[in-house]
Design a protein around this ligand. Structure first.
Ligand code: ASP
Length: 333
């Protein structure tokens, strides 16, 4: 009897939410990250900090414009991540870090919380915006993940923008690789955070109440050929389902894969009834921290509640909701 009563209360609560939805009062929310790592104010000039803040704000405004006009969360996260991929400040797209051999091998993934459809590419070298290739895999192929040459051929056939691998060369990332290889600091190397991390990601909630997540990266400086991190792995670096939350991760990918970070947060919400903040905190600040896995996540639920925990010194992050006011944060605060 009790079970029946609870079930009908739950059903009522759900239909009440749906009524609110049809009146168009549903909140929109976009949360982004631009990588986590040793990001300290002491290592950053005012000018550098301003560049990051401006870039994150621009990305937030791009995604918000999509959501505010009734666009889907999928469109919003893709548009947002493309802005970050095109900006050399971040370790994704233009600005990707170098492999040990001095190449740029990019990974990306995207997931639709309404349908649990997902797409990913890994180890690609000529696709200007890997996040759009991930979306093409999701929508235009029967698969979830494509890698290397096959993914590049597919993206070419889908009409995505193809660039020469040299497009991804940036002096700052090159110096970061030299520093890693020689162990010697390179002059004018940008903030210490640039050493390894800097992946970008976005999670969004649209007016229809649907969640989506997207992540894009160049991986980790000095990675071995063919190494793939967590960013294109659904359930590790990216996950979205309306029932629980949308998650995008950044950090030491090997740990994020082994701890299935993105899905673990969703599972803690579903099976243990934790809030998005509690679940994300538990995984990042307890499980991963204990294991020595550095990094953070952005996580968003269907009611617009979100969390941005990280166990590193800092994480480039920001959010923007229905009021259109962008908030950007970098350090622990
Ligand atoms: N998670 C990414 C990877 O391991 C790196 C990062 O987030 O900076 O490939």
């Amino acid at each position: 009897m009790l079970v029946v009563a609870l079930a009908s209360t739950a059903a009522f609560a759900q239909s009440a939410t749906i009524t609110t939805l049809s009146k168009g009062t549903r909140p929109i929310m976009l949360v982004i990250h631009g990588g986590a790592g040793t990001i300290l104010k002491a290592n950053m000039t005012d000018e550098q900090e301003k560049q990051y803040r401006d870039a994150l704000t621009q990305a937030l405004q791009t995604g918000h414009a999509v959501l505010a006009r009734g666009g889907s969360s999928l469109d919003a996260v893709e548009a947002t991540v493309r802005v970050l991929e095109d900006n050399p400040l971040f370790n994704a797209g233009k600005g990707a870090v170098f492999t040990h051999e001095g190449r740029n091998e990019l990974d990306a993934s995207i997931m639709d919380g309404a349908t649990r459809k997902a797409g990913a590419v890994a180890g690609v070298t000529i696709i200007r915006n890997p996040i759009s290739a991930a979306r093409a895999v999701m929508e235009k192929s029967p698969h979830v993940m494509m890698v290397g040459k096959g993914a590049e051929l597919f993206a070419t056939k889908m009409g995505l923008e193809i660039v020469d691998p040299s497009y991804f060369w940036t002096e700052r990332r090159w110096k970061a690789l030299q520093q890693e290889l020689t162990g010697k600091p390179q002059a004018e190397l940008a903030p210490a955070s640039e050493k390894k991390f800097g992946t970008v990601g976005a999670v969004a909630l649209d007016q229809a109440g649907n969640l989506a997540a997207a992540t894009s990266t160049g991986g980790m400086t000095d990675k071995q050929y063919g190494r793939v991190g967590d960013s294109p792995i659904i359930g590790a670096g990216t996950f979205a389902e309306n029932e629980s939350c949308a998650v995008s991760a950044t950090g030491h990918g090997e740990f994020f894969i082994r701890w299935t970070v993105a899905y673990d947060i969703a599972a803690l919400m579903k099976y243990r009834g934790l809030t998005v903040q509690q679940a994300a905190d538990e995984v990042i600040n307890k499980k991963l921290k204990t294991a020595g896995g550095e990094g953070g996540v952005i996580a968003l639920d269907r009611n617009g509640n979100f969390a941005t925990p990280f166990n590193s010194e800092g994480m480039y992050r920001g959010w923007i909701g229905s009021d259109g006011k962008a908030t950007v944060k970098i350090y622990k605060e």
